[in-house]
Design a protein around this ligand. Sequence first.
Ligand SMILES: [Zn+2]
Length: 321
Amino acid sequence: MQRRDKWNATSGVSRRGVLRLVGGATACGLTGGSLRSAFAQAAPHTMKLGDAEVFVISDGTMSMPLSFALPATDAKDVSALLATGRPPLTAFKAEVNVVVVKAPGALIVIDCGGTSDFMPTLGSFPDRLERAGIKPDDVTHVIFTHAHADHLWGVIDPLDDDTRFSKARHVMTAAERDYWLQPDLVDKVPDAVKGMAVGTGRRLKALEKRIEAVKPDAEIIAGVALIATPGHTPGHVAVRLHFGGASLIVGGDVLVNPVVSFQRPEWAWGADIDRDQGARTRRKLLDQLASERTHLLGYHLPWPGIGHVERKDTAYRFVPS
Ligand SMILES: [Zn+2]
């Protein structure tokens, strides 16, 4: 019953929220300054985008084993790129930056975070959304970049196995919905993602009547349009926000790591369902971001995930704002 926690009157942080934060930070091996920055992320990051306001709300952090993230790359090459020295890197840390847009006449949530049963360090988004003064019933649109656990599972309220956002349109590409609703999907995917296939399939079934299946280049409302970015999943999209002459691209999982995804976009990314297509999509989006100089908001990039892309040698680099 996360939404019914009593907030501590002095700090504004619920006791359950604090316990989850400390537990999550410890599980990730965060201490000292990192722990302080994790506490800072209990509050949203906000920015103006023309006549809209963008909130970034942390759902928590994830740890991605290197052997899973980069299955075809020698760990020595990764360490050399990241200049980590010793001990060798064994896992990437990834933020989970949920985006909420207060636009004229609309309140849009882009992806919903994960749940603590998927990863114990996730699941803070619902509490933090309400702490930011945003009521779930006021949300008009929920847009999913894709249906992986850390993006979709947080939409479900476990109290009634239905959405937390009962008045919102729930938007996903038809390709994404159809992929995860295949009845025999669990038999087709590798062992490592069978749990994801079952968990996402069950939640999408619960949401099926609410899902509005769209094309991957659909305009959802004026100023909010999808960009087809397949590869990570078959129906993956990025979201272009454009308000009052200002633009921001919410990149989903096209660009996950602040070094590897930008400086070695051709390296096969283990979480991409189609790794060749994922690499082509990465290049294409990087080229677009660098050419347009549009700001990027990365779901898994270092908090709050905002920056721009510059060309560097034969690839690119991420410049945080
Ligand atoms: Zn993700």
